[in-house]
Design a binder for this molecule. Structure first.
Ligand code: SF4
Length: 358
């Protein structure tokens, strides 16, 4: 639950059955990184992403064959709406719509001829498919780049509005917008500008964030800062990694702000200090691995792993269940009340057993 965020009121779009905007839960997206022609690998990845908590999956559609793969995935019912990522070629947008795409990501200003834009809009209107305009710092139009001299936040926002105008001219407002930059400050500012100027739902992400901790921190700050201001309706964390990792990161960002639809297990652990009596760092790793392997991470409970009995149970009073280290042993406690004293080597087993009963 969040106690402090007042979400921006936007129009609502529907991607498959998933509402985006208007205060609906913030959906988590990812993008497949398999060969778009390889049906079986893409299906396997879609299933892994779904299992991890992905709610909307984007697939690149660089040619007709990949549009057919998208169509085949739709028939497999992967349990998530599919978004077709199209660059320039309006015929591929039409092929993806025909194949069953639930949303198209395309920048209408790049399509060229107005009649071609109209053909895409007509097909989307007929099937009530939203269009995401996706601007990033590497894709600015020449005239906008020349006006600003750099991919500034103002330039990114103006580019998004430039593309939206092509759709608005055809009275099509079933639109979501993303403005992404690898620079966190630019990304935050560009989204603030759009939040002021439009009522379209916003898809948040820090693009080319990289991998590892740096990427996670960049994404958490960029996406998190905007969400804390009430801006943002759907998110994608971009990592140079297995896309399944993106889902865990997105879930953690949402859960930290009390915005997760299904927050899952909140694990709190102390930073350890001179009073620490057990090998808490190893215990934490072991616990998370076991909890994942046993499928317990979806439980909406707070688990505390504390290094000592002096402050442990007290510090974790708010936790539903936890352990606090003693000399070669651990105290198992629930809501601050001690349940049992267990040898350190059996602490994780005992904790897992208790959690299974919860
Ligand atoms: Fe140190 Fe105990 Fe606090 Fe952990 S709970 S940081 S071991 S005082």
């Amino acid at each position: 639950m969040n106690h402090f965020i007042s979400r921006r009121n936007t129009r609502v779009i529907y991607v498959g059955g998933i509402p985006i905007g208007g205060g609906h839960p913030i959906s988590i997206q990812s993008m497949a990184n398999t060969d778009p022609h390889d049906f079986s690998r893409t299906l396997a990845q879609a299933r892994a992403l779904k299992k991890a908590g992905c709610e909307i999956l984007r697939l690149t559609v660089p040619d007709r064959e990949s549009a057919e793969v998208l169509g085949a995935l739709k028939k497999e019912e992967v349990g998530m709406p599919l978004v077709a990522d199209i660059h320039f070629d309006y015929r591929l947008a039409l092929a993806a719509i025909e194949a069953g795409a639930d949303k198209i990501r395309i920048n209408p200003g790049n399509i060229g001829d107005k009649e071609k834009v109209r053909a895409v809009v007509d097909a989307c209107r007929e099937r009530q498919i939203p269009i995401r305009i996706g601007v990033n710092s590497g894709s600015l139009e020449k005239h906008i780049y020349e006006k600003y001299g750099a991919p500034t936040a103002e330039a990114l926002a103006e580019s998004a509005l430039y593309h939206a105008a092509f759709l608005e001219e055809l009275s099509y407002r079933n639109i979501a917008i993303s403005v992404k930059a690898s620079d966190v400050q630019t990304m935050i500012l560009a989204n603030r500008i759009l939040a002021e100027k439009t009522d379209y739902p916003l898809h948040l992400g820090v693009t080319e964030a990289g991998g590892g901790d740096r990427a996670l921190i960049k994404s958490a700050i960029g996406i998190g800062a905007l969400l804390a201001e009430g801006i943002g309706d759907t998110v994608r964390v971009s990592l140079t990694d297995d896309p399944v990792e993106e889902i865990a990161a997105a879930r953690n960002i949402l859960a930290s702000l009390g915005l997760a639809d299904k927050p899952g297990m909140d694990i709190v652990s102390c930073p350890t200090c001179g009073r620490t009596k057990i090998d808490l760092i190893a215990l934490c790793r072991a616990f998370e691995e076991r909890a994942r392997a046993e499928g317990l991470l979806d439980k909406n409970i707070k688990v505390a792993l504390m290094g000592c009995v002096v402050n442990g149970p007290g510090e974790a009073r708010e936790a539903d269940i936890g352990i606090a280290g003693g000399k070669g042993e651990a105290l198992l406690f629930r809501k601050g009340e001690i349940l049992a004293k267990i040898p350190e080597s059996a602490a994780i087993d005992a904790l897992i057993e208790q959690i299974k009963k919860m």
